[in-house]
Design a protein around this ligand. Structure first.
Ligand code: FFO
Ligand code: ATP
Length: 217
């Protein structure tokens, strides 16, 4: 017997809630298993990229972001410090900083909490944060106008598959004011669907290394 559906001695439905969203437990389990397998497949594809593939991808993605952003001057832009074979945009970040953008990095502050965004500048002191991800040592929190998110997978409706912590989804729903979410990744990241769940937040536009620039319909 399945405890989730058939235990009528349990009047509490809290186990069906994910961050306030009602979710069927069996669906949640199936989707989590699907995403886990897809993550492994996509991490594997990233590992096949050569140094020159990566360099070319970074140039192409940087160009695509410039096309999408227009003038970064005066904008507060959250980018990221690359992990797990993500495109390395640090050169683009330094250039945008030089052109007058404020650049911030995501900082995990707690397991199920939204991430914070802390100002970064080229060469600033860094330290290892949660998950061992480098973060700026000096804590200067900001609210970004633009969030550049690394995508592991992306589906036709621009829902993102990430590393599986749910951090960006939790963060983006809570960001005050208008913000633009730009997903960046490799051409092989495309999927038909990630089976979006109520908490998934679609991106506004994606920039892939194969030259794809796709805006959400
Ligand atoms: N470069 C970069 N920085 C980032 C993010 C990112 O995706 N890329 N994040 C964007 O969110 C946050 C970190 N997100 C992370 C999410 C999960 C795991 C992780 O290790 N997950 C487990 C599996 C979790 C699960 O399936 O329950 C693992 O892979 O072992 C690490 C970092 C903040 N900083
Ligand atoms: N508000 C929320 N937003 C996102 N995920 C949440 C939320 N609350 C709880 N979760 C849980 O966190 C996990 C997030 O999984 P999901 O596949 O969405 O991660 P992801 O978007 O790939 O990760 P990340 O953004 O860290 O790269 C799920 O198991 C989900 O149940």
């Amino acid at each position: 017997m399945d405890q989730d559906e058939d235990d009528d001695s349990a009047p509490c439905f809290a186990h069906l809630l994910v961050d306030g969203h009602v979710v069927d437990p069996r669906t949640r389990r199936d989707v989590a298993a699907f995403r886990k397998a897809e993550r492994q497949r996509l991490y594997g594809l990233r590992k096949t990229l050569s140094v020159s593939d990566r360099a070319a991808a970074e140039t192409s993605i940087a160009q695509g972001i410039d096309d999408v952003l227009d003038d970064p001057t005066g904008q507060t832009i959250a980018a990221y410090w690359p992990i797990r074979g993500e495109p390395d945009l640090r050169r683009w970040m330094a250039q945008a900083h030089e052109h007058g953008a404020r650049i911030a990095l995501p900082v995990v502050v707690g397991r199920d909490a939204p991430v914070g965004f802390h100002l970064w500048s080229p060469g600033c002191a860094m330290e290892r944060g949660i998950w061992n991800i480098p973060v700026p040592r000096n804590v200067m929190p900001v609210v970004p106008d633009v969030v550049i998110v690394p995508l592991l997978g992306v589906d036709d409706a621009l829902f993102r598959l990430g590393n599986g912590g749910g951090y960006y989804d939790r963060t983006l729903v809570r960001l005050p004011g208008p913000r633009r979410v730009i997903g960046v990744g490799y051409g092989f990241s495309r999927m038909t669907t990630i089976y979006p769940m109520p908490w998934d937040v679609p991106m506004d536009v994606i920039v892939l290394d194969d030259g794809t620039i796709q805006h959400r319909q």
